[in-house]
Ligand binder design. Structure first.
Ligand code: DGL
Length: 295
């Protein structure tokens, strides 16, 4: 009899991002749910997503989900704010396994933390323009005042490894100047690359502003979701979870980067042709949520 992976609690969790940023979410999953196996995909050939259209981000996300499903994942974490903002609804509607984004978790945490109800959000242009953080925060409390700022240079600076560089600090000061005038007491790091700039941002924002990293809360929500659905993994016989990494380009560079931020050694990163996963949904004969074929 064929195994039904969608209810197999010992199947891995699929996690994806446009590049290395989602590793900040993987890091939290490894810490909060150490027994779970993970299959990660970083779309290093097509990063950044933050400056791409919604249609493109949906198309990329679908291809990645198709790829992750070939690895029989039991749940998917969209470890990218831009893809969560643009594609979560579509992907969730098309999948029969749980799909979690990072934005809800970030908004809920910020709502708990703020005391003066003035919340800043820094993110990619795509996430800021979607208005999704603002919308979710207003649903939680209509009195919140939300101030967004797109920081398009942060992703390439992080990908270049310039997380502690004076150039990055100067750019950060310019980006957050407006938010500082708005007297925010909470700042959401609304891009999964940004927690890697946390030390620098803490210095720039000063002690009066709490930085919210949605990755932490997302891992907690994932743990809860797996427990609620009876999908939490049995303990590994050898005590060691299995982590597999895939990218669309520059596997060596990715692996070096991952080794510098993850608490475990990565032994191998495989490069795959992600474009090859475009048509699987149609081939599988599944119902399309996009009758006009727009995406
Ligand atoms: N790390 C991603 C995010 O959370 C996107 C960066 C990008 O590809 O622009 O938004």
């Amino acid at each position: 009899m064929e195994r039904d992976f969608t209810t197999d609690k010992n199947a891995p969790i699929g996690v994806f991002d446009s590049g290395v940023g989602g590793l900040t979410v993987v890091r939290e999953i490894m810490r909060q749910i150490p027994g779970e196996d993970i299959v990660y995909f970083g779309d290093t050939a097509r990063v950044p997503y933050g400056s791409k259209s919604k249609a493109t981000v949906i198309r990329y996300s679908r291809q990645i989900v198709n790829f992750l499903r070939t690895k029989q994942v039991k749940a998917i974490v969209i470890a990218c704010n831009t893809a969560s903002a643009q594609a979560l609804d579509v992907i969730e509607a098309e999948q029969d396994i749980p799909v979690l984004g990072v934005i809800g978790a970030g908004a809920r945490m910020a709502a708990q933390v703020t005391k003066n109800n003035r919340i800043g959000v820094i993110a990619t242009r795509g996430t800021i323009d979607s208005g999704v953080y603002e919308q979710l925060l207003h649903e939680l409390n209509p009195r919140f005042q939300v101030f967004g700022k797109a920081c398009p240079l942060f992703v390439p600076l992080v990908e270049e490894g310039l997380t502690h560089d004076f150039i990055t600090e100067e750019i950060a000061r310019r980006y957050v100047k407006d938010l500082q005038y708005k007297d925010i007491d909470t700042l959401i790091l609304g891009c999964t690359h940004y927690p890697l700039l946390r030390t620098l941002l803490r210095k720039v924002m000063g002690p009066g502003v709490t930085l919210v990293n949605p990755a932490y809360e997302t891992a907690i929500e994932l743990r809860q979701l797996l427990t609620d659905r009876g999908l939490a993994r049995d303990e590994h016989p050898d005590g060691q979870a299995d982590y597999r990494f895939y990218v669309s380009d520059l596997a060596d560079q990715f692996q070096e980067f991952a080794a510098s931020i993850l608490p475990y050694d990565i032994h191998q990163t495989e490069q795959i042709d992600i474009e090859a996963y475009g048509a699987l949904r149609e081939e599988a004969g599944e119902g399309s949520h996009d009758p006009e074929g727009k995406y």
